[in-house]
Design a protein around this ligand. Structure first.
Ligand code: ZN
Length: 273
């Protein structure tokens, strides 16, 4: 049990991947963590009503649902399927009390990034009435350019800001993740722009290890790498953002640990940030 103030700490269920939703809820709440972001994989094996009850039985607020997106494809049927899947994500978010769905926007290596970005923007535009109808916002998360091939054609905060501003809806904004954006020389300026337009929805933290041994599954705890976390957080807070700090770490190494010990490491790293 921690005595630190963890009321602004959020942990993504994927961060403690070996745990079920029930275990995440129990353990996060027991540790005094205030918020949870729910990844859809933990919803796979249980009825949504049970997941809702699990969350409501704990003093946790749901920050977001991860993830929707994956709009682009050279195959129009797949683009239609993506819209349906995103509608399901929006329904899940609404049921769970998650105010937003984070979008990993997608890319198709068979077409240009520009075409993929157009399809992303069209896909989001198509979903907007449904999102609004459910009271759920959509958050574009730019991903590091190393994922431009197949995971996201939106790779800078400037591109995400451009898209959010073009869509010009209170139901669309941006998720800022330090892992994806820390290298960007325009980051501070683009964070300010994001806030100024009311588009800053979420703030994800972890660290960039050197060397990074796996492009997906080797993220570090805060303080373990070279990301200027305090400077980025200061820029985020300067916009008036008052949402939680969301710890999102994919790490095969940490998933092998006892997850309770790992959660304590997360809390210590957060406290030292
Ligand atoms: Zn993220």
């Amino acid at each position: 049990m921690s005595t630190m103030d963890l009321s602004k700490l959020c942990v993504h269920t994927m961060t403690t991947k070996p745990w079920s939703l029930q275990e995440c809820c129990t353990e996060y709440a027991r540790a005094g963590i205030g918020h949870i972001t729910i990844w859809r994989n933990v919803l796979d094996d249980l009825p949504l009503s049970e997941a809702v009850k699990m969350v409501q039985d704990h003093p946790l607020s749901v920050t977001s649902l991860c993830r929707g997106g994956f709009f682009p494809s050279i195959d129009p049927n797949k683009r239609t399927d993506a819209i349906d899947d995103n509608k399901q994500a929006i329904e899940q978010a609404a049921a769970l009390g998650a105010p937003l769905v984070v979008l990993v926007c997608g890319a198709d290596p068979g077409q240009s990034l520009d075409t993929s970005r157009k399809q992303i923007q069209d896909g989001i535009a198509q979903l907007l009435p449904f999102a609004e109808g459910h009271g759920v916002k959509l958050s574009i998360e730019p991903l590091h350019p190393m994922y431009a091939g197949d995971r996201s054609a939106v790779n800078t905060l400037a591109q995400a800001n451009d898209m959010a501003e073009a869509l010009d809806s209170p139901w669309v904004g941006v998720a800022v993740d330090v892992y994806h954006l820390w290298w960007d020389p325009d980051l501070e300026e683009e964070i300010a722009r994001c806030g100024k337009h009311g588009n800053l929805h979420a703030f994800h933290i972890c660290d960039w290890k050197t060397p990074t041994e796996d492009l997906l599954l080797d993220r570090g705890l805060m303080g373990e790498g070279c990301i200027p976390l305090r400077a980025i957080r200061d820029a985020v807070l300067a916009t008036g953002f008052d949402g939680p700090d969301e710890v999102e770490i994919f790490s095969s190494r940490y998933w092998e640990m006892d997850q309770r010990d790992y959660l304590q490491k997360i809390i210590s790293a957060y406290d030292a940030m």
